[in-house]
Design a protein. Structure first.
Length: 311
């Protein structure tokens, strides 16, 4: 079991590498559960649980719910009960037939990377973009050296310098928001000249920003961020993952939304939905991989495989 300090260090490491994770904390534990209030864990995008919030059966439920939250960005109070219960306001109630007689309530909170914005240019508007990004709590940096695979937005405010190459690079990298600060006439001429297909050109906003009557550089920057907020998903893109424990890089779909649809199976013994993960339980039987929520179900199945239906 990891100490609180070790979990804090692990969470800090994930934040520094822009890897999303879910923080889990036990807030209620009714005997005879093995977890206690205050027990904590972090769940990474590959389904690995570091820390302790309950036994194998509880972990299976926590893993499945946590991976779903990484897609939505929402928090959840999860109640895991050994017997069927009615829905409860403000809680997600899951019936876990494997739980050893007690009930757990676990607060799950996604911790997502701050939106990353790359700005090209040294104009007053470009400098204002950095100021407004800081006020919003975004991570903003100069375009040169930015990781386009992780960027949530690229804004070009150079008044003609390096516009084409930057816009093409951002479009090909699938950056969710691409903005060109230019007049409608010049913006159209620039975009039409790009070596991109129609769909990629259509992803470039020009003139960048919502029409709010902006005049000053900071007002224009505000209009650009307003458009960015209106169009981006709640879940930012992620940077390259890293190691220890291994975290596979989540695939990225349109607008940078993390696509985390884990494979699941039904435990043939108890009927629970089990999420496939590197530290999950399974058995290979007659060329087929069968997943289980806990060692007890696995033992029961392997003892009498003919007694249970194949998933």
């Amino acid at each position: 079991m990891m100490t609180t300090r070790a979990l804090d260090e692990r969470a800090g490491d994930l934040r520094a590498r822009r890897i999303p994770f879910v923080q889990a904390r036990v807030v209620l534990a009714e005997r005879p559960t093995s977890a206690k209030p205050g027990d904590e864990a972090v769940i990474t995008p590959d389904g690995v649980i570091e820390g302790f919030v309950g036994g194998q059966c509880a972990e299976s439920t926590v893993r499945a719910q946590a991976l779903a939250l990484l897609q939505s960005g929402d928090s959840m109070l999860l109640r895991i009960a050994p017997n069927p219960e009615a829905e409860q306001s403000g809680k997600t109630v899951v019936h876990n037939p494997c739980l050893s007689g007690g009930t757990l309530e676990i607060f799950l909170e996604p911790v997502l990377p701050l939106p990353l914005v790359a700005v090209l240019g040294d104009s007053p508007i470009a400098r204002a973009m950095l100021d407004v990004a800081s006020a919003l709590g975004y991570e903003a940096s100069a375009f040169d050296g930015a990781d386009l695979a992780a960027a949530d937005a690229v804004v070009v405010a150079t008044h003609g310098k390096r516009e084409e190459e930057t816009l093409e690079a951002a479009a090909r990298a699938g950056v969710p928001y691409i903005g060109l600060v230019a007049s409608p006439k010049r913006g159209n001429a620039v975009v039409e000249s790009l070596d991109l297909d129609d769909e990629q050109r259509a992803a470039i906003h020009y003139p960048a920003g919502l029409d709010i009557g902006a005049r000053t550089p900071h007002e224009i920057a505000l209009s650009v961020f307003a458009q960015m907020v209106a169009e981006r998903p709640r879940v930012p893109r992620t940077a390259h993952a890293g190691t220890h424990p291994p975290v596979t890089e989540p695939p990225v779909t349109r607008l940078g939304l993390i696509s985390l649809e884990p494979e699941t199976s039904i435990d043939p013994v108890c009927g629970m939905t089990v999420t496939h993960s590197p530290d999950g339980l399974y058995a290979d039987v007659e060329g087929e991989r069968i997943w289980f929520c806990c060692p007890g179900c696995r033992r029961s199945y392997l003892k009498e495989p003919g007694k249970y239906p194949r998933p």
